[in-house]
Design a protein around this ligand. Structure first.
Ligand SMILES: *Cc1c(COP(=O)(O)O)cnc(C)c1O
Length: 391
């Protein structure tokens, strides 16, 4: 069997020549080897060496920025262990993520609680386990955290542009500029240690200028904090670093040029960290599923995969386009593609150009699918979760 590139949305040579650094994906011969042992459900095959390469590349590009992996992108314990071995810190949203990391030996002090909305019960638990740093983006959350842990170290999530991000996050979280002073004043009156600023440029951000604007806003907030008598010590530049699918991306080195210039004259006492999720794990893995059957209705070709929106391929619902590989060689025809469940939401794509001779039983390969796939999958309608295999 030879896996070939069937998609015509494949990157063009013109896009590739702008790459300052070639991106590396899992070698598909590993997928062929895995399939020789049989197939009983969709799976994600992860090459941990690629994860190591990605975090080393991230650190080399931005020597002053400590990476804290966003566990939600892929919380598989083998993925986490690989990152622990490479010296990564972590960012969490829940106590399940906290417990998992603590069970793998991560010191609580290296785990940053970056979810701007935390239940009191979760805060009490995290405080009891030794988590030191907590994010907030409102006066109410500030009061809540301080009432549970008066000596918490706090960082303020501010609003920043998400222009050019495939997955904008602005709106749900982030203090509006007009509300920052009130939060600073409240921190001072509560005697709280408001000591940092963070922002998130939106996931799969293809516009490096968003980080520059975020860092400039953070500097202004630091100045306001100092003026109010606070002692800023943390700049957290969040996640959003993009990976290759079918659209061109700026490499991490190009993004780093912008970030390094923007942080160059920040004083030593400011610790600078980032929260890459997708960037560290996506390229390391190929998602494999299978065609359950095909159908022609009113002249339209449909194919149904054994993994759909509920089986891990959910980011297509917001417009992310994956490269899709098969081992068929027929000429391209537009297909509608759906998952195996009976829910009408479970439709992945329309008019996707794929070989006309794809049939029941064929395998489908999605490269660079190590982030936000298996982490999202559910058992809805009785279909199994995808397996995760790690090399
Ligand atoms: C999801 C998330 C991240 C990671 O985002 P990526 O786009 O995967 O890099 C980082 N920080 C916070 C607070 C997040 O919610």
């Amino acid at each position: 069997m030879k896996i070939r590139t069937a998609t015509v949305q494949k990157r063009t040579e013109n896009e590739v020549i702008f790459d300052t650094h070639p991106e590396i994906s899992l070698d598909l011969s590993h997928v062929e080897d895995a399939l020789k042992k049989g197939y009983n459900r969709p799976f994600l095959l992860v090459d941990s060496n690629i994860i190591r390469n990605k975090i080393r590349r991230f650190k080399a590009a931005m020597p002053r920025v400590h990476p804290h992996y966003a566990a939600k992108a892929n919380p598989d314990s083998r993925v986490l262990k690989t990152l622990i071995e490479e010296g990564s810190g972590f960012e969490i949203a829940s106590i399940a993520e906290l417990d998992l990391l603590i069970s793998l030996g991560v010191p609580a002090a290296e785990i940053y609680y970056s979810n701007p909305m935390k239940s009191r019960q979760y805060l009490e638990y995290a405080a009891s386990k030794g988590v030191e740093w907590y994010v907030l983006d409102s006066v109410e959350e500030l009061r809540k955290i301080v009432s549970v842990k008066p000596d918490a170290k706090l960082y303020l999530r501010i609003d920043t542009p998400n222009i050019g991000s495939d997955w904008p996050l602005a709106g749900k979280f982030g203090t509006h500029l007009a509300d920052i002073k009130a939060i600073i004043n409240e921190a001072v009156s509560l005697n709280a240690d408001l000591a940092g600023v963070t922002f998130h440029v939106g996931s799969q951000c293809r516009n490096p200028q968003n980080w520059r604007v975020g860092i400039e806003r953070a500097r202004n907030v630091f100045a306001d904090m100092r003026q109010a008598g606070l002692r800023p010590r943390l700049l957290n530049i969040g996640g959003g670093y993009p990976v290759r699918h079918v659209k061109p991306i700026p490499s991490i080195e190009v993004i780093a040029d912008v970030i390094n210039a923007a942080i160059a004259d920040l004083p030593e006492e400011i610790r600078i960290m980032a929260e890459p999720g997708r960037y560290l794990v996506s390229d390391s893995a190929c998602f494999v599923c299978r065609v359950v059957g095909t159908a022609t209705r009113n002249g339209k070709r449909w194919m149904y995969w054994d993994a759909g929106i509920f089986g891990g391929i959910i980011e297509v619902s917001e417009g992310l386009r994956y490269e899709i590989l098969t081992n068929r060689t027929g000429s391209s025809t537009p297909w509608s593609i759906a998952g195996p469940t009976c829910d009408s939401v479970d439709v992945l794509m329309h008019d996707e150009l794929l070989p006309e001779d794809i049939q029941e039983g064929d395998f489908i390969f999605i490269p660079n699918a190590g982030a936000y796939t298996t982490a999202y999958a559910s058992n809805f309608n009785g279909f199994p979760l995808p397996d995760v295999m790690v090399l």
